[in-house]
Write a protein that binds this ligand. Sequence first.
Ligand code: DHK
Length: 148
Amino acid sequence: MPDTILIINGPNLDMLGTRQPEVYGHDTLADVEALCQRIAGEESVDMDFRQSDSEAEIMGWIKQGRGMTAGLLINPAGFTSTSIAILDSLLIYDAPIIEVHISPLFRRDEFRHLSYVSKAATAKIEGFGVRGYEFAIRKLAELARARG
Ligand code: DHK
């Protein structure tokens, strides 16, 4: 289990592929999971891929991941700018965290620019589409190898 990268997708990401494809692209969440599975395999790590619309469920997964996982990729989606509770859970987590956004938030609505999650993140990737998940997994695997 310590070689596992936890991947958490927040609200409405289950609708990828049909949801605003001009913003989020045409890949479904299943496509993203398959991409992550392939990259994790190439990096010789396991992955645990999840999605929830529930803030409480996401907080529970982050806390359960403490001491059990080698890194966390989180796309907090709509909770990015609202959830101090998720930030507090992330501050309890004990391995590197990479925040991923599919779309380029820096040129979207002003209210999307604030991220509470960033205060706990090791790094942040946004605007690369679903490739951002690939970059994040490769980096988390590299950090896990460096930590031994
Ligand atoms: C996904 C969401 O659902 C939005 O709430 C964020 C993020 C952007 C993304 O780009 O992956 O504002």
